[in-house]
Design a protein around this ligand. Structure first.
Ligand code: ADP
Length: 395
């Protein structure tokens, strides 16, 4: 038999499991700490319930998974596997059987990754179902041969690990963004209550700083609530006819004083009046405030122009400034959460790095798109975005 012929017949014999075939591979991810004798579950995400039938809170109960779910025949082996993964190897796999809440016996594959956090060793595990048929094909030997299913499991596992890592990064960034203004509020209020100020002027300065940090904290919390609502698919929009000229006037009146104080020109314009957009007025205003606010924040000389006109059957908005501009290599990153061109601790401009992400989501949810353009540092920035035009059919 030729090599390629052998290969073909082997491939034919590999039957995808019924679960794989119907796309019903289920999985969940966990983090845990392990000692020679104990397993301490810490977190559990994803489909624990879909795999075992038990609520995921049960996984966090020490010994529940190992003593109630894992078949007793495999429990000892599983613990030794986890303990050795936590002491040496960085990636390892085990296949064993569990009994679901309804009493079904199924095979699962557990993939472990060791993460070192200082002296602590944490295991991140991904568990995926392999097959729920108690036939001979589910023996560890047969499963190892089944390349198709194994690759699917690896992919799902990798995906779950990535989600876990993103969640960790998001939490780390979020707590930093919340703690910074909170520390500043506590700092200034401590100075005031302990009487560490020289005169009325200094007292006023400290109070104002505490108040500004409170407003900043509030806006970070609002941004975080918005982003989590959007990402959970829970942001509801109320699409209606929006009179664009009036909206631009409204937004401009909010920024005129600030522009005057900085000696900047603030120029609103709506061409082809009356202009009507099909949008959620509150959310469209939020986007304009955010973009015009950025334009003013990052401009020290010259000015900001906010305009709207009909472009290719849509309402095209442009917010153009003569400010610090954006280096080209940074431009494509700005629609990611928490990204700021100057992300250093000593950065000159406030902000949370969430405004552009939220704006992009809102614009796209309303049926438009956004682009940011700058020829580089020091050359000003132009943001274009579109929103569908209000038509008679929308009435
Ligand atoms: P932030 O709250 O930090 O302003 P955004 O998501 O609105 O968050 O903006 C992210 C980053 O994009 C800003 O920190 C800044 O580095 C850059 N940026 C946004 N708009 C402008 C602009 N008009 N001019 C220069 N840089 C800008």
């Amino acid at each position: 038999m030729t090599r390629s012929h052998r290969h073909k017949t082997a491939a034919k014999r590999i039957k995808p499991s019924p679960l794989a075939h119907t796309g019903k591979i289920q999985g969940f991810i966990f983090t845990a700490e392990v000692t020679a004798t104990e397993f301490y579950p810490r977190e559990c995400f994803g489909g624990f319930k879909a795999v075992t039938g038990y609520p995921s809170s049960q996984f966090l109960k020490k010994d529940f998974y190992n003593k109630t779910v894992v078949t007793q025949k495999d429990a000892g082996l599983l613990h030794r596997f986890r303990y050795s993964a936590s002491s040496a190897a960085s990636h390892s796999n085990a296949t064993y059987r569990i009994v679901t809440r309804e009493g079904r016996s199924i095979t699962v594959n557990e993939h472990l990754t060791l993460i070192r956090e200082g002296p602590r060793r944490k295991l991140v595990g991904g568990i995926v179902t392999v097959s729920d048929r108690p036939d001979r094909n589910t023996s560890p030997g047969a499963i190892r041969k089944n390349r198709v299913r194994f690759e699917e499991m690896q992919k799902l596992n990798k995906h779950l690990l990535e989600i876990n890592q993103l969640k960790d990064e998001f939490l780390a960034n979020t707590s930093h963004e919340l703690r910074t203004p909170l520390n500043s509020i506590i700092g200034f209020l401590t100075l005031i209550t302990e009487g560490y100020y020289e005169n009325e002027h200094e007292l006023h300065l400290f109070t104002r700083n505490a108040l500004e940090s409170s407003y900043h904290l509030l806006s970070v919390i609002n941004d975080l609530l918005d982003i989590s609502r959007i990402e959970a698919g829970k942001m509801q929009l109320q699409i209606e006819r929006v009179y664009v000229d009036e909206l631009i006037e409204d937004v401009s009146s909010l920024f005129k004083v600030q522009a005057d104080q900085k000696g900047l020109i603030f120029e609103p314009s709506a061409k082809g009046s009356p202009l009507y957009a099909s949008a959620d007025v509150r959310r469209l205003k939020q986007v304009l405030i955010n973009l015009a606010g950025n334009a003013l924040k990052f401009t020290e000389r010259g000015g900001v122009r906010v305009s709207a006109e009909i472009l290719d059957g849509q309402v095209g908005f442009t917010i153009k400034d003569t400010g610090i501009g954006i280096p080209r290599d940074q431009q494509n990153k700005l629609f990611q959460k928490f990204i700021q061109v100057d992300g250093s601790a000593t950065r000159q401009y406030g902000g949370s790095g969430l405004g552009l992400v939220i704006s992009k989501h809102l614009i796209e949810m309303m049926g438009g798109h956004i682009e940011i353009e700058s020829k580089g540092a020091g050359t000003g920035t132009t943001v274009h975005f579109t929103i569908p035009k209000w038509t008679k059919e929308d009435t």
